[in-house]
Design a protein around this ligand. Structure first.
Ligand SMILES: *Cc1c(COP(=O)(O)O)cnc(C)c1O
Length: 384
């Protein structure tokens, strides 16, 4: 059986993870080195020369993540935004146009709007779940369609295959930020997307102890450009971070199952709560994207948001009153977190079309006991 025929759970443990040939160590070591001895000038052992251009521990993660996303090239960076910047630099030049979902991660909007727009790139934000609006936003100069599904923080779902069809008809590169779903639940390249980008800081690392990002694609020419940015600009993932990320990935599938079942239970419980105006979770049948999510995802993930009936004050009290759910930026770790997007993750998009309502609280449901999680949220909500 070749590696690519093995199922996801098997690849998550074995792809890129051959035992160490010199000692037999089952876990490949951390190659904590910046440079590599040459056997005569240009005589590289295993192709390694200097750790910015390549390091075996980073290579092992890059092979693994490419395999999990069903792509041929994985390219690892020091953060999700560094990975995004590399794909943007590889696809856009002055005068080119990018179409971005109107509720993508705030930092993605900031990166494009503040660093790429000033170099002459043109940006349009659009409601991605409205395919007519997406078609209308495309121009002859459009080079990239950037999709995030489920999106952040409202968990909007967009039909990846449909957007790929629209994008490819216009000759546009379709990039999917797959951070919220992870490859355990959704594989955009199999739905036709050209590029997947990740903040591996979140579910892929999974333990809130390492920052990182990755680009995955099967397009050789594009991969070469992204690799050049990785090498030339140098925002590479360090060996220890790569090793920690690999360690996290081994449990990705089982974690995602538990994140999904816990989040569904929390969503169902609070959908009926009198203090809650609305629960945003694609696993609820009432969610407008539920049907699409059920076809393009194999689980609904661990992220949900709620809006509070009593507005901003109630939302702030909830975010500041839970005990198990710790008030912090970020998501996707085994421990539950709670956040107030309009002043935390999405502070950078206030005053833009991506602004988040002040009565929204975002929850990253961890893999603790779900009854304890529900009790913690209950105790932080007013008894009505
Ligand atoms: C966190 C996040 C990013 C940015 O990743 P960093 O690792 O923080 O640089 C990008 N996209 C999404 C969806 C994220 O949640």
């Amino acid at each position: 059986m070749t590696e690519s025929q093995q199922a996801f759970n098997t690849r998550a443990i074995h792809a890129g993870q051959e035992f160490d040939p010199t000692t037999g160590a089952v876990v490949p070591p951390i190659y904590q080195t910046s440079t590599f001895v040459q056997d005569g000038i240009g005589g590289f052992r295993g192709g390694y020369e200097y750790a910015r251009s390549g390091n075996p521990t980073r290579s092992s993660l890059e092979t693994l993540i490419a395999s999990l996303e069903s792509g041929t090239h994985g390219i690892a960076f020091s953060s999700g935004l560094a990975a995004e910047d590399a794909i943007l630099r590889s696809t856009l030049a002055s005068g080119d146009h990018i179409v971005l979902g109107n509720d993508v991660y705030g930092g993605t909007h900031r990166l494009i709007n503040r660093l790429h727009v000033p170099t002459g790139v043109e940006l349009t934000t659009v409601e991605m779940s409205d395919s007519d609006a997406v078609r209308a936003a495309l121009r002859p100069t459009t080079k990239v369609l950037w999709v995030e599904t489920p999106s952040n923080p409202l968990m909007k779902i967009t039909d990846i295959a449909e957007l790929v069809e629209i994008g490819h008809a216009a000759g546009v590169t379709v990039v999917v930020d797959n951070t919220f779903a992870s490859p355990a639940l959704q594989q955009p390249l199999l739905l036709g997307a050209d590029v997947v980008v990740h903040s591996t800081t979140k579910y892929i690392g999974g333990h809130s102890d390492v920052l990182g990002g990755a680009v995955v694609t099967s397009d050789d020419e594009l991969a070469e450009k992204v690799r050049f940015v990785q090498f030339a600009a140098g925002a590479v993932l360090a060996p220890f971070e790569a090793w920690l990320t690999v360690r996290g990935i081994k449990t990705l599938a089982v974690r995602m199952e538990r994140h999904s079942s816990n989040a569904l239970a929390v969503a169902q419980h609070f959908a009926e709560h009198p203090a809650i105006e609305r629960v945003y979770y694609p696993g609820l049948e009432s969610h407008p994207g539920h049907r699409i999510a059920a076809t393009q995802m194999s689980g609904f993930g661990g992220m949900l948001s709620v809006s509070l009936r009593d507005g901003e004050g109630a939302a702030r009290r909830l975010a500041e009153s839970t005990k198990l759910f710790q008030l912090a930026e970020s998501l996707g770790g085994v421990e539950s977190l709670i956040g107030y997007p309009s002043e935390m993750t999405h502070a950078s998009v206030r005053g833009t079309p991506l602004e988040v309502a002040p009565n929204i609280v975002r929850i990253s449901v961890g893999i603790e006991d779900v009854a304890d999680l529900i009790a913690d949220l209950e105790s932080a909500l007013p008894r009505v």
